[in-house]
Each structure stands twice: as structure tokens, then as C-alpha cells.
Design a protein around this ligand. Structure first.
Ligand code: SAM
Length: 286
């Protein structure tokens, strides 16, 4: 049976207007316009060092990011045509370009794309990077099979609710090309806590977090990709959210390391528990 995105998404009613989400993310990214070139500059070395820096915003997601990085760069990037999908301020896309890929940055937010293109200039790869501020449900700026790899970090759960977005991302990947995702992972144990946290933090609907990636999305990918591999990460380790802003303190790093170690041991000893992970790297081959 061929599942449609609409069919699967029907059980996740989300009523969000794309303009509201664009306005929300424009406001989120606008302050980054004040960042200096030195702050925006990125390459492989700087990016990996940021993941290990407890004062960096990347630290909290370093396990997810490191694994995504390894999977994304498992194939040399030089000469690849790559799309950083829902790119935000373009960190991943610019690193792809510094490794030699020709990269398109795509995001709903023009403010994000502006910063992404400045980042590309500051990183010395402007000639290999293009920017596209548009809704991912219309990728008509790209041809069929235009990309060898599409990478999306915390982004595809935003776009799948929009009609045609799934068909479009599949269309622009060449046969044999890859979709690499770094995503939060929904499970019954965590989703209630996530939603409670959003309510307590007064997170607006426009933030677009209403749809949580998980097994349903993998079933959707399986309808159009010949292989879909999921690497689960972090269950107890998701308690890192409670430690946010404290990673520079040794006790917080010790607590996080202990929880992550426990998850690794648990997932190895009892593989069925992997479905309770809170994050995953997904690699789909078309
Ligand atoms: C949580 S952010 C992730 C950004 C970036 N990939 C990162 O890891 O920092 C989600 C991104 O998806 C973008 N987005 C949401 N809906 C979109 C759509 N319909 N088309 C394109 N981008 C969209 C938002 O503007 C936002 O930048």
C-alpha cells in the first residue's frame, strides 16, 4: 500500500499558517544579523570544536550532531551537490561548502538566508553557496534529482505538515542520493514531557514544534526511499534540557555524561528500548 503524507499526517492535526511560521523565524534570526564575520566563520575544525565547547549552543546536541556529522561526511563532500534544508543560519550548509560541496541553503526565513550567505562569505566559500528563502513545499527553483545529498537538522518535522513538502524533497534528490536527518524523536514517554515543557515555556504555535518526528515519519520515508536507517540516541540523556545553561559547570557535564553512558549501555543490552530514544540520525537512500 502506498501511504500518502496527507494520510499519515491526518493523525497529527496541525493548523499553522506558513506566514506565521516565517514571521516567527525571521524574528528569531534577525538578531544574528548583528554577528561579526569572525563569529559567523565556520569550517570543519571550528564546527567540531564548537560541539565540544560547553559554553556553545551546540554542546547540548553534541552527540546528535557528531553522529550526524559522521554520517553526512561518510562520503567525501568535494564535488557533491548538497541542499541544507530548513538551514536556519546555514551552519551545516557552509561546512559542506568548506569541504568542497556546491551547496544550496533553503529556509522559509529570509533573515536566516541572509545570515547564511554572510556566513558563506565570511568562511570564504561564497562562490559555492546559493541562498533560497522559500517554503519547502515549492522547490521549483530546483530540478528533479538536482542533489546528491539533502541534509536537514531539526527541520523536516517543520516542513512535513505543509502540503507537497514531502513530495518535493523526494523529487530533488537524485536516484541513489541521500537524505540525512538529525532529528528529535517522538515516543510516548517523552512527548508528554516535551509538550508540558513547551506549555510552561509559553512556546507559541508558530514555533512549528507541534509535529514530532518518529516512527510515523520513518514509515513515510519508506514509501519513497529504498533504504531508511535510524540510529537512536539519548533517552535518559534527554534530561540535558534541564541542565541547559549549566554545561560550563563540571557537575552538569558529569551528570550528562553519566546519563548518556547509561543510555548507551541500555540500548546495547536491551535493543527494544531504543524506541524510547529522544533523538535520532536518519539516513535514507533514494
Ligand atoms: C528548529 S529550526 C532548525 C534550523 C537549522 N537547521 C538548525 O539546525 O539550526 C527549523 C527551521 O525550519 C525552517 N522552516 C520551517 N518551516 C519551513 C518551510 N515550510 N520551508 C522551509 N523552511 C522551513 C524554519 O525557518 C527554521 O529555520
Amino acid at each position: 500500500m502506498r501511504l500518502s503524507a496527507q494520510g499519515l499526517l491526518a493523525s497529527f492535526p496541525v493548523s499553522l499558517d506558513v506566514d506565521a511560521e516565517r514571521r516567527f523565524y525571521d524574528a528569531v534570526y534577525a538578531p544574528r544579523g548583528n554577528a561579526s564575520d569572525a563569529d559567523l566563520r565556520l569550517d570543519r575544525r571550528i564546527f567540531l570544536a564548537e560541539m565540544d565547547n560547553p559554553r556553545s549552543g551546540f554542546f547540548e546536541r553534541r552527540r546528535l550532531y557528531r553522529r550526524a556529522f559522521e554520517r553526512l561526511f561518510a562520503e567525501p563532500a568535494a564535488g557533491l551537490r548538497a541542499l541544507d534544508y530548513g538551514c536556519g543560519t546555514g551552519e551545516w550548509g557552509v561546512v559542506l561548502a568548506t569541504e568542497g560541496a556546491r551547496t544550496a541553503l533553503l529556509d522559509l526565513s529570509p533573515a536566516a538566508i541572509e545570515v547564511g550567505l554572510r556566513r558563506a562569505r565570511a568562511s570564504g566559500v561564497a562562490e559555492r553557496v546559493t541562498g533560497h528563502a522559500r517554503d519547502a513545499s515549492d522547490l521549483s527553483c530546483f530540478g528533479d534529482g538536482e542533489f546528491d545529498v539533502v541534509f536537514a537538522c531539526a527541520a523536516i518535522h517543520h516542513t512535513l505538515k505543509y502540503p507537497r513538502a514531502f513530495d518535493e524533497v523526494v523529487r530533488v534528490i537524485r536516484p541513489g542520493g541521500r537524505l540525512v536527518l538529525a532529528e528529535g524523536w517522538g515516543n510516548p514517554a517523552l512527548d508528554g514531557l516535551r509538550r508540558l515543557r513547551w506549555r510552561l515555556a509559553n512556546e507559541p504555535e508558530e514555533a512549528g514544534e507541534g509535529l514530532i518526528f518518529g516512527p510515523w515519519a520513518v514509515r513515510l520515508l519508506q514509501t519513497r526511499f529504498r533504504s531508511v536507517e535510524v540510529e537512536p540516541l539519548n533517552a535518559f540523556g534527554m534530561a540535558k534540557r534541564l541542565l541547559r545553561g549549566r554545561f560550563h559547570e563540571p557537575w552538569a557535564r558529569l551528570a550528562l555524561g553519566t546519563l548518556e553512558g547509561a543510555d548507551r549501555a541500555l540500548f546495547r543490552a536491551l535493543p527494544p528500548l531504543r524506541r524510547f530514544c529522544g533523538e535520532a540520525v536518519v539516513v535514507a537512500v533514494k
